[in-house]
Design a protein around this ligand. Structure first.
Ligand code: HEC
Ligand code: HEC
Ligand code: HEC
Ligand code: HEC
Ligand code: HEC
Ligand code: HEC
Ligand code: HEC
Length: 435
């Protein structure tokens, strides 16, 4: 890995030093210096002038760097997607992507599960408990009902946020005062069923409604929320500060300076674009920009929501390295799997070699076309034996198959259900030969 972040902005190269960088002078250069005999006061004058020059240059450089690199986005400096789209209209398709829709307020449009009587119940096998999902003009609710008839008791909570675009499933969050909690019941798209929220092998464990939502969950599914510092609890937030779902500025940095610049008459005078374009970063930093959410949970090294693309992720979040033979789950860790692929190791491939995150990414046939930027269909031995028609547009089906996650496990009326994910370990899966 490079020890310094080098990237090019508007034709200039600039570097962001990071913690741990030390400037050392190679021995050969040192021996090249020779002492020239000169009176002491002349030396002093020379050093003063040099010193002033250097510090002025450093100050100017630091100010330019600060001005050029955007802040991480927060409630106080966000301009919002509509402002971006007023100029970048060609990116409007982003509003329909899984990123944008990954966390939303509860509305009929956002919720996939059925609230119709008969379809709105999840029984808890072997007990007299069931969960019920209700909707009325005041909102959407989950209740735990214990017992039957007049003797039944219930606890009800109101859905505050819907988590998940619905590609695989949706979970629900609720407020308990200023504490953000996860509701016990989720919805599974492929089965079109209500199901126990993943992570609890048995749904009874959720009956106490006691699962707090830590900042890392929102770092991956939201743009910003302000945590309330508390030594005991890590799930207290200022509700009115929340920007849910992933917006343009979550990946590009706060747009405040960029928008001011683009709207000003002197916009091209001396300043950088004031926004991050991940395509201009080094390969490591491009990977970091996705790895903050697609590299697994990780150990935080800085407060949540302080990372901005272009910085070195390792200074903010330590991703747990995986041994080559250790199993990596297909859920939320595409980075570790991709890194195992020969394609990745033998090329300059990054996530954006295949993905345009401004458009929905569901078309495996289209993505199979990306393979052909480096490969020929003929490089697959099956081309010779089965012919072009059998493999064209299908590279992904056999070399990046769907696999079952062992992390995302849910309880459905006593049965354990596992979600499927796309393997990002591109390789030969011998079992696909017969497909
Ligand atoms: C007033 C119009 C305007 C608005 C609003 C605007 N942009 Fe831009 N943006 C531009 C123009 C013009 C360029 C090309 C600038 C150049 O080439 O110097 C640009 C360039 C960019 C780039 C590429 C920068 C680079 O280094 O290649 C990104 C990324 C970007 N904008 C993202 C955004 C985001 C995100 C927002 C919202 C926070 C936004 N823009 C809002 C006009 C705008
Ligand atoms: C490290 C980042 C990360 C964390 C932490 C995280 N997720 Fe996710 N989550 C993802 C990614 C990435 C996906 C996309 C699918 C995949 O990779 O399996 C996802 C998928 C989901 C989905 C399915 C979405 C769909 O429609 O397919 C739900 C629901 C979800 N997450 C809820 C949560 C909740 C609730 C929390 C916290 C309590 C959480 N996630 C924590 C990154 C994360
Ligand atoms: C998930 C991260 C992510 C989000 C969210 C995101 N972008 Fe990007 N954006 C990227 C990456 C990566 C690139 C560089 C590769 C590329 O061009 O696709 C990029 C490039 C760009 C560029 C410069 C290249 C070009 O095609 O002109 C603009 C402008 C831009 N994005 C605008 C936006 C706007 C506007 C939004 C919101 C509507 C947005 N982006 C949301 C990751 C993101
Ligand atoms: C702030 C966290 C975050 C960042 C940064 C991020 N992602 Fe994601 N990404 C997610 C989550 C969460 C999901 C799951 C959304 C869902 O379905 O609810 C997701 C889903 C996706 C998907 C599936 C899209 C689909 O149409 O189903 C792709 C592909 C993807 N991300 C690629 C990328 C790439 C490439 C980058 C880097 C340029 C990136 N992401 C950066 C959080 C993030
Ligand atoms: C950025 C270039 C690039 C892209 C895009 C790419 N590959 Fe590769 N791939 C390579 C390189 C380089 C190798 C290694 C070749 C070697 O070592 O001889 C490789 C190797 C492979 C191998 C052999 C792996 C092994 O473990 O032996 C398979 C299979 C493969 N690629 C399939 C694919 C498929 C399918 C896609 C699209 C989903 C794809 N590649 C996309 C560059 C790429
Ligand atoms: C060689 C091409 C390729 C590269 C490189 C690549 N992906 Fe994908 N990705 C795909 C394909 C193909 C799919 C499947 C799309 C579908 O099924 O809808 C996919 C799906 C996804 C999904 C949805 C996951 C799921 O289980 O449904 C996420 C998230 C994602 N990619 C993130 C990333 C990230 C992050 C990177 C970089 C670490 C990356 N991808 C690099 C080809 C690629
Ligand atoms: C029906 C499943 C299937 C499809 C579709 C498929 N492959 Fe393969 N591919 C295989 C299998 C199986 C092997 C291993 C065959 C062998 O070793 O005899 C393989 C081997 C390869 C290799 C490795 C060759 C080597 O020398 O190690 C590459 C590269 C490759 N495929 C690329 C592709 C590309 C590119 C496409 C899309 C145009 C594709 N494959 C479509 C099943 C498939």
């Amino acid at each position: 890995m490079a020890s310094k972040d080098t990237f090019t902005i508007a034709g200039e190269r600039s570097e962001l030093p990071h913690r741990g960088d030390a400037v050392t002078m190679p021995a050969r250069t040192r021996s090249q210096f020779r002492l020239v005999s000169m009176p002491a006061h002349l030396w002093l004058a020379v050093f003063t002038v040099m010193g002033l020059g250097t510090s002025t240059a450093l100050v100017i450089r630091a100010r330019r760097a600060r001005r050029r690199w955007p802040e991480p986005v927060s409630a106080s400096n966000a301009v919002g997607d509509q402002a971006c789209l007023s100029c970048h209209r060609e990116k409007a398709s982003f509003e329909r992507t899984a990123h944008r829709l990954t966390m939303r307020p509860p509305t009929r449009d956002a919720l996939i599960g059925s609230f119709r009587p008969g379809e709105n119940v999840l029984r808890v096998e072997g007990t007299d408990m069931h969960f019920r999902m209700d909707a009325d003009s005041t909102g959407f609710y989950q209740s735990l009902v214990t017992g039957t008839g007049p003797d039944s008791t219930s606890r009800t909570e109101r859905v505050a946020f819907v988590a998940g675009s619905g590609r695989k499933g949706q979970s629900f969050l609720y407020w308990s005062g200023d504490r953000l909690m996860q509701l016990p019941v989720s919805h599974w798209t492929a089965l079109d069923r209500w199901i126990g929220s993943p992570g609890r092998a048995r749904i009874e464990a959720s009956a106490s409604f006691n699962r707090g939502v830590a900042p890392r969950c929102l770092e991956c599914h939201a743009t910003w929320i302000e945590p309330i510092p508390d030594l005991q609890l890590d799930n207290r937030y200022r509700a009115d500060s929340a920007i849910i779902g992933i917006t343009c500025e979550r990946c590009h940095g706060s747009g405040q300076e960029h928008v001011t610049r683009e709207r000003s008459f002197f916009r091209h005078v001396g300043r950088g674009p004031g926004i991050v374009n991940p395509a201009r970063l080094s390969r490591d930093r491009t990977m970091d920009a996705c790895a903050q959410c697609h590299g697994g949970p990780g150990d935080p090294r800085a407060p949540p929501f302080t990372y901005v693309a272009g910085r070195r992720l390792e200074d903010y979040l330590h991703l747990i390295p995986r041994a080559a033979d250790e199993a990596v789950d297909v859920h939320a860790n595409q980075v570790a799997l991709l890194e195992r692929s020969r394609c990745y190791q033998s090329s300059q491939m990054t996530c954006i070699t295949c993905h345009d995150v401004h458009r929905p990414q569901r078309d495996t046939q289209e993505i199979s076309g990306r393979c052909l930027t480096c490969h020929q269909p003929q490089s697959c031995p099956l081309f010779a034996t089965r012919g072009a028609a059998a493999i064209k547009g299908r590279c992904v089906d056999c070399h990046m198959p769907l696999e079952t996650s062992h992390l995302v496990v849910s309880d459905l009326e006593g049965q354990l259900m596992r979600v499927q994910g796309r393997s990002h370990w591109i390789r030969v899966y011998p079992e696909t030969a017969g497909h």
